[in-house]
Write a protein that binds this ligand. Structure first.
Ligand SMILES: Nc1ncnc2c1ncn2[C@@H]1O[C@H](COP(=O)(O)OP(=O)(O)O)[C@@H](O)[C@H]1O
Ligand SMILES: [Mg+2]
Length: 247
């Protein structure tokens, strides 16, 4: 294993019934690296993210986080999940809790922090994503882009070693996409290890160290953004790029 790999998948296979949705996946993400995962709908991108923090089980292969195998269940698994921050397309904030409470809740329940400590930390993180002034509002009083930034602050509050983003801007109106991508760019500059599933090719070009292209449950290409975008090797990738870059 590479010394500095934070996420390591070796020979990972995942089925839903007869459907082989992850096929012999090998993937290493090093500390501080930003890996953008792209590919057609149904290619297994979300499933890949969900296996990394064990929201899904796998049939074979190995997944290591910071050199340790994924625990099966119990405390070890809860701790590991806290180390892997996850941000989804839908923000999943608690509707009847304030923004501040949303960011503090898991810190108190999973990390065992005192409420005052959690709140102090939440305010710092809300400030970092530009939302300190919104702390006492309810999620519904915020725009989609603001809610997604709250979700990012909530994930960061657990001190994750790595952040997974699964299409974090896909549900947002166009004018809100950039404010979320800007927070992600900032995180990347600060050295956060990130796996980002996205269709935002501008982000992939400017922020990614590597682009992983998936199709039919396989990793088809795994290269630098420059190499990938200027000279995709596979027919699948060329076809995919011509479709998304056209519209
Ligand atoms: N909970 C599930 N049960 C059965 N099949 C699923 C489930 N989730 C995803 N799939 C199937 O697994 C494949 C990969 O899906 P997914 O990882 O969501 O792809 P992507 O995120 O790239 O669009 C698809 O064929 C999808 O229909
Ligand atoms: Mg998906």
């Amino acid at each position: 294993m590479a010394v500095d790999s934070l996420i390591e998948l070796r020979g990972v296979n995942k089925y839903y019934g007869q459907s082989h949705v992850l096929q012999d996946i090998d993937l290493t993400v090093s500390r501080g690296e930003v890996v953008v995962v792209i590919g057609p709908s149904g290619s297994g991108k979300s499933t890949l993210c969900r296996t990394v923090n064990r929201l899904e089980t796998i049939e074979s292969g190995r997944i290591l986080i910071d050199g340790r195998p994924l625990p099966e269940e119990g405390r070890g698994l809860a701790r590991l999940r806290a180390e892997v921050g996850m941000v989804f397309q839908s923000f999943n904030l608690f509707a009847h809790r304030t923004v501040l409470a949303n960011v503090s809740l898991a810190q108190i329940k999973v990390r065992g922090r005192k409420k005052e400590d959690a709140d102090r930390r939440s305010l710092r993180l809300l400030d970092r994503v530009g939302l300190a002034s919104q702390a006492d509002k309810l999620p519904a009083q915020l725009s989609g882009g603001q809610q997604q930034r709250v979700a990012i602050a909530r994930a960061l509050a657990m001190d994750p070693k790595v952040m997974l983003f699964d299409e974090p801007t896909s549900a947002l109106d166009p004018e809100m996409i950039n404010e979320v991508l800007e927070v992600m760019r900032q995180l990347a500059r600060e050295g956060m290890t990130m796996v980002v599933v996205t269709h935002e090719m501008g982000f992939a070009r400017s922020a990614a160290n590597r682009v992983v292209f998936m199709a039919d449950g396989r990793i088809v290409e795994d290269r630098t953004p420059d190499d990938f975008f200027t000279a995709p090797e596979s027919e699948r990738a060329r076809d995919f790029l011509s479709k998304i870059l056209k519209h």
